[in-house]
Ligand binder design. Structure first.
Ligand code: CP
Length: 314
């Protein structure tokens, strides 16, 4: 397995399959009364978050703890020495000096995890860097899709919303196309990035025309903090033209599923009642995130030379 996970591009389809297959075992661990296995006892995982997060930070913490690793949660805010002017590099080397084995990093700057991986001996896992990538989100999304469809090959996935600023869209397109799925990006022209041709996905500006063809409708959060960029006239107008409401759900195939990475804006990109439909698997994505992150930590830190059948989860 790879030492660092910085981008989905680093993983081959067979490595992705290995992560998903290994996650099956850990998904089962999460259903037990005692949700803990001793696989990473004595190893230390540091969550280094310079941006807000609920799902990713907590699920990495839970994943590491369920594998019996020691966990440090470091938030790059006023409580750390970053507030006194300490640099990112010095912070990283301080953590390394304390013997951490893995650093899970979220940062507002694209490329920050790459830089970090050059400064430390520990494995570095990208937990979201600017508008660049969010590879573990893509892996948990694949896992969640696989629970509903037997194969990724030929699956039609529509990713709807703010593609321009979305690290989730970049990682999901890379992962899904690598596994043989066909991805269509659906958004107003102002939210499509300029160099979209290189992504290997189709682009559509016609949500209602695309919906009946899709197996998966993947909605992205409207980043309200970017409203001053005036890329959409108003949230109300966005909801009217691009939001998934009950009327648009009626256009979908009966077996098609709805996904969202969270956090959601109910009433904007997704109607409140649509988020709670049975075909909305948004909560399952969160549950699966823990199992997929356990799988990654296990494969990267604890099991480089073991076959998946040997995962000691008993
Ligand atoms: N999907 C996701 O990255 O959510 P958080 O920002 O809460 O981690």
């Amino acid at each position: 397995m790879i030492k660092h996970l910085l981008s989905i591009d680093q993983l081959s389809p067979s490595q992705i399959e290995l992560v998903l297959k290994t996650a099956d075992s850990f998904r089962e661990v999460g259903t037990r009364t005692i949700k803990k296995v001793p696989i990473l006892r004595g190893r230390t995982v540091c969550n280094l978050f310079f941006e807000s997060s609920t799902r990713t930070r907590i699920s990495f913490e839970l994943a590491a703890k369920r594998l019996s690793a020691d966990v440090i949660n470091f938030t790059g805010d006023a409580r750390s020495s970053l507030a006194k002017g300490e640099s990112f590099k010095d912070t990283a080397q301080t953590l390394q000096a304390m013997g951490v084995d893995a650093i899970v990093v979220r940062h507002s700057s694209a490329g920050a995890p790459h830089r970090l991986s050059r400064w430390v001996e520990a494995s570095v896992i990208n937990a979201g860097d600017g508008a660049h990538e969010h590879p573990t989100q893509a892996l948990l999304d694949l896992y969640s899709i696989r629970e509903h469809f037997p194969s990724f090959d030929g699956l039609r996935v529509g990713i709807v919303g703010d593609i321009l600023h979305s690290r989730v869209a970049r990682s999901d397109v890379a992962a899904l196309t690598k596994m043989g799925s066909q991805v269509t990006l659906v958004a107003p022209p102002t939210l499509i990035p300029p160099a979209i041709e290189g992504w290997g996905a189709e682009v559509s500006y016609d949500l209602e025309g695309v919906l009946p063809k899709l197996d998966v409708v993947y909605l992205l959060r409207v980043q309200k903090e970017r409203q001053n960029e005036q890329l959409v006239p108003s949230l109300r107008e966005y909801a009217a033209f691009w939001g998934l409401d009950r009327r648009r759900v009626e256009l979908m195939k009966p077996e098609a599923i709805i996904m969202h990475p969270g956090p959601m804006n109910r009433g904007v990109e997704i109607a409140a009642d649509v988020a709670d439909l049975e075909r909305s698997i948004i909560i399952d994505q969160v549950t699966n995130g823990v199992a997929v992150r356990m799988s990654l930590l296990y494969l990267m830190l604890g099991a480089a030379d073991r076959a998946v059948e040997e995962v000691p989860v008993g």
